[in-house]
Design a protein around this ligand. Structure first.
Ligand code: SF4
Length: 242
């Protein structure tokens, strides 16, 4: 059976997952190309902006899988499907293929596009975008993503927070989905410029935002929230492919 090709921006690893529920876990990343959003502070524009389309490649399931297996040395590892918005791509057959060989799959999406194969994932990270992104959340589509998972994978919320209005949005998201664990992370206000992956990152500014976030959740007795930094940004700044 032939499966539709996947539009890939980059495949890299193994490295560690830098954020959220799987932070620190060795991971191979499959970053797909294309996104239905255009967040003001997107840190993956090279996988979003059509200007970089020439860097993307239509790859067969076999080609993607060979790349993942090669990077992992054939040892099952967590595979993170990211983007862009990976939900746009036909990833169900890839997940099925990897599962047969003992690999696990996490996918991170903003929750704007629902897929029935979400139920086949091991971890679904839903990351609704707060007001500072200048995007508008379709909560009905988001709810449909949670439903599609059908309580099979671990489903978590991950929120990037830049300011008070983002924080209020995060609280609202948590109230809408009280059964889902929630991870907060301070936003990177100096995201990489595509083509200049080593651009400087303001770690002091991010650390101050992290401190403010910790103070906010403790002040509000919001004891269900977990506050985490982006570990890869702390270690490697805006460098790509790590
Ligand atoms: S949803 Fe993610 S990949 Fe898409 S524009 Fe926003 S931050 Fe970038």
């Amino acid at each position: 059976m032939t499966h539709p090709a996947i539009r890939v921006s980059e495949i890299f690893g193994p490295t560690i997952q830098g954020e959220g529920v799987l932070i620190g876990l060795p991971t191979v990343f499959v970053r797909t190309g294309g996104c239905d959003y255009r967040c003001s502070w997107c840190d993956s524009l090279h996988a979003v902006d059509n200007q970089y389309r020439h860097e993307w490649e239509m790859m067969s399931i076999d080609a993607v899988w060979q790349s993942v297996v090669g990077l992992s040395g054939g040892r099952p590892v967590m595979v993170s499907l990211s983007g862009g918005n990976p939900a746009i791509q036909p990833l169900g057959a890839l997940i099925e293929r990897g599962h047969r060989e003992g690999y696990r799959f996490a996918l991170e999406t903003q929750g704007s596009v629902v897929r029935d194969w979400f139920a086949e994932l091991d971890v679904l990270v839903l990351s609704p975008k707060p007001p500072s992104s200048e995007m508008t959340t379709d909560w009905a589509a988001f709810e449909a993503c949670v439903q599609a998972a059908n309580e099979k994978p671990q489903v978590v919320l991950k929120l990037v927070v830049f300011d008070e209005s983002d924080y209020a949005y995060a609280k609202d998201a948590a109230a809408r989905f009280p059964r889902l664990p929630i991870y907060l992370q301070p936003g990177n206000h100096t995201p990489p410029r595509p083509g200049n992956g080593d651009s400087a990152v303001d770690l002091d500014g991010i650390t101050k935002r992290m401190e403010w976030l910790v103070e906010s959740v403790t002040r509000d007795r919001w004891f269900e929230a977990r506050v985490l930094p982006q570990l890869h940004v702390m270690l490697w700044g805006n460098k790509r492919g790590v």
